[in-house]
Design a protein around this ligand. Structure first.
Ligand code: ZN
Length: 148
């Protein structure tokens, strides 16, 4: 049973930010006005692959339909810019991604058995007396074994 519906959350999910290209498009627009072409070039540099108009324009159009983005014509070029509500949308999206990243990092952070520093992705493990222990580096593992 639904007791409470948060409409701002529903509205937020009307646009799906489900790819790096979409996320980066938002980040780029958040940094300032962009030509569609400029945006494509930026994405190419970030992704290290060819980005076509078809990667970028449908999302810009979707953003525009939701009034998150507006454009001004500069000759033949359109210059895109976030609206005020677009800025809020980007902020919410980034916060959401930030939480996701923090959550996923949490599961992959362990503490070095010797020095206690946080280790990302369990880089160095050793089996000591039948126990798999995590260390930040081989030096800490050696110190631990030597009882330093
Ligand atoms: Zn250590």
């Amino acid at each position: 049973m639904i007791k409470y519906i948060n409409f701002s959350v529903l509205f937020f999910f009307m646009i799906k930010v489900d790819s790096f290209i979409k996320l980066y498009t938002l980040i780029s627009l958040n940094n300032g006005k962009r030509h569609g072409y400029e945006l494509m070039k930026e994405l190419e540099a970030k992704q290290n692959r060819k980005i076509s108009a078809a990667h970028v324009y449908p999302f810009l159009k979707e953003l525009r339909k939701n009034k998150y983005v507006e454009y001004k014509k500069n000759g033949r070029e359109k210059v895109y810019k976030l609206t005020k509500s677009g800025g809020k949308f980007v902020n919410n999206t980034l916060l959401k991604f930030n939480e996701l990243i923090k959550e996923s990092l949490k599961t992959s952070i362990t503490k070095c058995t010797h020095c206690g520093c946080e280790v990302y992705n369990n880089k160095y493990n050793e089996n000591i007396k039948g126990k798999k222990l995590a260390f930040c580096c081989c030096h800490c593992a050696n110190s631990y074994k030597n009882g330093d």
